[in-house]
Write a new protein. Sequence first.
Length: 301
Amino acid sequence: MTFRGQQQVALRGLVQERSHVYVELTKPRITAMVLLTVCVGYAIAPHATTSPFALLHVLVGAALACSGAGALNQLMERRADSEMDRTRFRPLPAHRVTPASAFAVGVTLALGGVAYLAATTNLLTAGVSATTLAGYLFCYTPLKRTTPHSTLVGAIPGALPPVMGWTAAANHIDLGATVLFAILFVWQIPHFLAIGRLYRNDYQRGGFPMLAVIDREGKVTGHQMVVYSMMLVPISLLLVPLGLAGTFYFACALAAGLAYLTAATRAAKDTGDTSARKLLLTSVLHLPILLGALLIERIFS
């Protein structure tokens, strides 16, 4: 290989490495889940729009905004991330990207996403996106360092993406959008409590007063796991009497909800890592089952 060829290969490798770093900075797995919830909100909403590109536009805007939020969140928590085993290899604490670069990327993506939604979708959807960003970055992220109740605050922006999908299709918010929000809100609590229990020592080192860090015996944490997973069952079934879901969804939601409740009950009785890990796995499976059932019904109805 010639020297010029070696230079081209080295440059290509450097570009690929830098691209991977910036993708990691945007938390792509969270973005992928957000986009799935946006799709579901769009699919089951009454459609006021006739644009064949409406779904594509809201997905692009949501992806940009969510990616920007992920980058800015990592920027804000870079010092705490450097002290925790599960996050110390992220781009910022590992010094694979500078804070200035992370800020520039995060702001550009976040504001670009909101502006894109305003230009291509509607102002209501752009407003929901802006509210999601503000709640995540300016309420939830700083509160994580001060109160165990930050999880409840963080669940609000975490539950808004399906509302974005709904407003992109219908250009209004009604009871159906509210139920979707409630499902996502309630689902998050046992999910994050399980994560908190699994990584409580890490969170303590990072200075995050998560409930599992303060509640060392696990009684309060276990009680909340059960209460919220119990609430999720009837809330998730509300879509059926509203006419937004059918019998297939009902069966899937009921089975998945009872499995979630069972895992939460076991985690409440056994405060060890094994039961918390099983609850986390159940929660990770629960949401795609629920959302997938909604999409399947909509596709084949």
